[in-house]
Design a protein around this ligand. Structure first.
Ligand code: NI
Length: 229
């Protein structure tokens, strides 16, 4: 998912250490990979993704690292494995602190993730085999973009609050409640695991458009106010 009209979505990452040992340097270079992102129309985006059988497998950890690299390179805030041509139930995303709800700042796991990332401004998350459960029928409208639908923005209804369960990279199950932007990102990314792209969730396709035009000609009706952006 991309975050339209947000002040800063690009995460500044600490410079990587320079290695003078050629062996270490080669390993370092090999540890990075920007993956190709599938675009709407590719069959990998239409199918149902398969469960990850061993969350602790080295290739899963490597995939998560590569997905985070790919997401950052593309200025995204979320990415699902099918978007990089891997049909597994795995998503990654980042939560900018300014987009968290007040109650979420105290979430232990979010705080732990921020500490592990070495920055309070950078909270990367990986969900393996996630399961979502809406908390109540309330939905809200909001703008979304998607790295697999480049250049477009649309207003999408999403559940306001939800609970999700998933496995972490150690294979441990955890659960968390989310609301607002956090809940929206999780719903958008997990939809990719079911072969659903955000335009398929839209209820008013007149609110789908190219980003420069949508910025140049802002919507002025009630729906744009509800979209809150
Ligand atoms: Ni997407």
């Amino acid at each position: 998912m991309t975050a339209p009209r947000q002040p800063v979505t690009t995460v500044c990452r600490a410079p990587r250490p320079i290695a003078f040992d050629f062996g270490a340097e080669r390993r370092h270079i090999e540890s990075m990979a920007i993956l190709k992102i599938a675009r709407m129309g590719h069959p990998v985006l239409r199918g149902r993704a398969q469960p990850v059988e061993d969350p602790t497998a080295p290739e899963i950890r490597r995939l998560i690292e590569d997905m985070l690299e790919t997401m950052d390179d593309a200025d995204g805030v979320g990415l699902a494995a099918p978007q990089v041509h891997v049909p597994l139930r795995l998503v990654v995303f980042r939560l900018p602190p300014e987009r968290l709800s007040p109650g979420e700042h105290g979430d232990e796991r979010i705080a732990d993730a921020a500490e592990a990332a070495g920055s309070a401004e950078d909270v990367p998350m990986a969900l393996i085999n996630p399961v979502l459960e809406p908390l109540g029928p309330e939905q809200e409208l909001g703008w979304e973009g998607c790295l697999s639908v480049p250049g477009l923005r649309g207003v999408v209804p999403r559940f306001t609050r939800l609970r999700y369960r998933a496995l972490d990279v150690s294979g441990r199950p955890f659960e968390r409640t989310a609301e607002g932007f956090h809940a929206r990102v999780v719903q958008h990314e997990c939809d990719h695991l079911e072969g659903i792209l955000y335009p398929m969730r839209m209820t008013d396709l007149s609110l789908l458009g190219f980003e420069p035009e949508m910025s140049r000609y802002p919507l002025t009706n009630r729906t744009s106010e509800q979209a809150g952006s």
